[in-house]
Ligand binder design. Structure first.
Ligand SMILES: [Zn+2]
Length: 249
């Protein structure tokens, strides 16, 4: 039976097909519209693309703080490289409805070679099933008395078989005192079960605590803080800063 005959004889199914078709069109329109709209609110994809396609451009895109703080800022940048995705960034694969909660710092080197340092003094933990991540509890230097956390991830090989976290911090490590600048590990490419390669980088975020002091889910932007005042750099995508990003004048 041809489709139109089927539709004629089964109007309910026809309505359903029409509804499904319309929903697909609406979904596709929303998806591409959102992508287009989100792209207009970020300037991050161009330098990231250059980083991976023009290795000669890496030097001019790199923020190399070498463990120095910006004037008046409490945190050091935890790794050197292109600060590609910024805080609240809607650039793909994120969108305006699901923005990036931290910084993606793309280091120049092979997996396991680009060092990652503690941004500030605190107490480090690594959950037993964390292959590529550590988190550090701090007394907030900008709001003393408040607990905040800094989170560092992607520190393992793409398949997760090799961890690049320093041997001092094995799985299950809890509340180990660390000083600013302590070596935590090295940048990697591990991104869980994500099918698409993410490229070598460190994801770094500043995470809020719940009433008991435990860290909240860092993937939600509302659970994180704008790192700009902590690092003394323009790191909020709202300002569309040019790369490489430096200290605020
Ligand atoms: Zn990230």
């Amino acid at each position: 039976m041809l489709l139109w005959q089927r539709l004629k004889h089964a109007p309910r199914r026809g309505c359903l097909l029409l509804a499904v078709g319309l929903s697909l069109v609406v979904a596709a329109g929303t998806y591409f519209g959102l992508k287009f709209y989100s792209g207009g609110h970020s300037n991050s994809l161009h330098p990231i693309r250059r980083w991976f396609t023009e290795p000669a451009a890496r030097a001019e895109l790199t923020t190399a703080m070498r463990q120095q703080t910006c004037p008046g800022a409490p945190f050091i940048l935890p790794s050197d490289g292109l600060i590609g995705l910024l805080w609240n960034d809607p650039a793909g694969p994120y969108t305006v409805l699901n923005t990036h909660s931290g910084l993606d710092i793309f280091g120049d080197g092979a997996p396991g070679e680009v060092p990652v340092y503690a941004a500030y003094d605190g107490y480090l933990s690594r959950l037993p099933d964390w292959k590529a991540s550590v988190i550090i509890r701090h007394d907030d230097p900008l709001q003393p008395g408040r607990t905040i956390w800094t989170y560092y991830t992607h520190m393992a090989s793409r398949d997760g078989a090799r961890s690049f976290i320093a041997a001092d911090f094995p799985p299950g490590a809890s509340e180990i005192p660390v000083e600013q600048g302590r070596l935590l590990g090295f940048q990697g490419e591990y991104a869980g079960n994500s099918p698409a390669p993410v490229g070598l980088h460190l994801h770094f975020s500043i995470v809020l605590a719940d009433a008991s002091g435990a860290f909240l889910n860092e993937a939600r932007i509302g659970n994180t803080l704008d790192p700009s005042p902590y690092l003394g750099m323009p790191l909020n995508i709202a300002g569309l800063p040019e790369r490489p990003i430096g200290c605020r004048p």
